[in-house]
Design a protein around this ligand. Structure first.
Ligand code: PHE
Length: 446
């Protein structure tokens, strides 16, 4: 099983693939809408606190587990702690991306659909973007686009780790950076752009609640692709010479910078035209197109934006799908093609209700949430923090904090770094305690 494991061809390739996974719909679509509903600057601040104090530790933990064992999550936990229930952590870590895979292609499909709508149906978007969104998500074309998004992902994965994932990330990420910077410049040169910046950066502390903290925590894991086996899986393809300090710093800083830049492209546009930032999941698809419709050259910027969103989505979807696929390959010794096709078919079938959550199934509620929102909340606000917490406990009680630091530093030629000093403290204190408190609050315990 191990002998045919593909490796990344270079550290840069590995970094690009991991950044490609981290930077996705989460940075643009999800970050902006969740910041919008949670009051702007206050949420950004809470989010940054979660990234630095908790995300960094979980990142180091996952990187060291993955590279040390060279296995996908379930097998990795099993190999370090055989005959103990720790493997359940790996299973949860595999379940989260699987749940996300059921709705992620839906939003990715919207991005493709909106490239087409921006080109051919611009006048309709101009007159009523909310109606366009309702009609589009209720129609069959949105389902077709989601399937196209899944097929493209499957195609890349068929080429394997170094040829597929690595090559496509190396091309698409710089493109994404350029497109984003163009959009930020456009947004910042609009009248009253400052109101949007103020919303994004000026923290109104009264807006910080336990619920917004949970949202920030869940989103920090989601955005960094943590708590879901992705970083473990990617690290399992990394070599001993690869510098994990550089890798983790690149993932964390690029992911955060891109989210903030996306906010700087979206909120000034929204505020400049007097629109509300609290639309929720429709912010990028209803509110933002309305803003584009009112600006000079808006159609062009709309096309650029949805193209950007799609690129970001594709490189992440590759990593999401990789987890259940590697699980079937490693655990059940299935061939890659068979695993890919099985995961693809199951996700189309179980994902269909997510696509319909905005139309025919809008009134079908699970715990008061549509199927789409249910998948999103269960995965992000529950499974990810729980998996992250279990991973932390696993490091403390089984893998060993020093062992993980040792593994983390191999390849960097350093004895210690600021990151590992922070890690030593945070992994036994702030990270687990904060996760437990926030989770307890979310189930109403205090
Ligand atoms: N981190 C990705 C994003 O921000 C989402 C993601 C989720 C990636 C799950 C992998 C797994 O969009």
């Amino acid at each position: 099983m191990k002998k045919d494991r593909d490796n990344f061809s270079s550290n840069l390739g590995a970094i690009m693939a991991a950044v490609g996974s981290a930077v996705g719909l989460g940075n643009i679509w999800r970050f902006s809408y969740i910041t919008g509903i949670n009051g702007g600057g206050a949420f950004l601040l809470t989010y940054l606190i979660c990234v630095v104090l908790i995300g960094v530790s979980v990142m180091i933990a996952e990187l060291s587990i993955g590279r040390k064992t060279k296995l996908s999550p379930v097998s990795a936990f099993l190999s370090v702690a055989p005959k103990t229930p720790w493997w359940i952590t790996g299973l949860l870590a595999t379940l989260a991306p699987f749940l996300i895979l059921l709705y992620y292609p839906v939003v990715s499909g919207w991005a493709i659909g909106y490239i087409k709508l921006s080109i051919f149906n611009w006048s309709e978007i101009k007159s009523d973007s909310a109606q366009v969104f309702t009609d589009f998500t209720a129609g069959t074309s949105s389902i077709v686009f989601s399937i196209i998004a899944l097929l493209l992902t499957t195609g890349v994965l068929l080429f394997g780790v170094s040829k597929g994932i690595e090559r496509i990330s190396k091309v698409l990420l710089p493109l994404l950076g350029v497109a984003l910077i163009i959009l930020v410049i456009r947004a910042l040169t609009l009248p009253n752009a400052f109101d949007g910046l103020k919303f994004l950066f000026y923290p109104d502390f009264s807006k910080i609640t336990m619920t917004s903290f949970l949202d920030a925590l869940g989103h920090s894991f989601y955005s960094l692709s943590l708590g879901m086996g992705i970083i473990i899986t990617y690290a399992s393809y990394m070599k001993k010479e690869d510098n994990l300090i550089k890798t983790s710093l690149s993932i964390i800083s690029l992911d955060t910078i891109i989210a903030v830049l996306a906010g700087m492209a979206i909120f000034p546009a929204v505020f400049s035209f007097g629109l509300e930032p609290t639309q929720g999941a429709g912010l990028a698809f209803i509110t933002l197109p309305s803003a584009f419709a009112m600006m000079p050259l808006g159609q062009l910027f709309s096309i650029i934006f949805f193209f950007l969103l799609f690129i970001a989505a594709l490189t992440s979807m590759i990593s999401i799908m990789q987890v259940p696929v590697a699980f079937l390959e490693d655990q059940f010794k299935l061939k890659k093609k068979t695993s890919l096709i099985s995961v693809g078919i199951v996700s189309v079938i179980l994902g269909l209700p997510a696509a319909l959550s905005f139309s025919s199934l809008a009134d079908f509620k699970i715990f008061g949430l549509t199927y789409f929102d249910f998948l999103d909340r269960v995965a992000n606000n529950f499974i990810l923090p729980i998996t992250a917490l279990l991973t932390i406990l696993f490091i403390i009680f089984k893998f060993g904090i020093n062992e993980s630091i040792k593994e983390f530093l191999i390849g960097s030629n350093k004895e210690k770094s600021i990151l590992t000093s922070m890690y030593k403290v945070a992994i036994v204190s702030i990270a687990p305690i904060a996760i437990i408190l926030i989770m307890l609050h979310s189930i109403g315990l205090f």
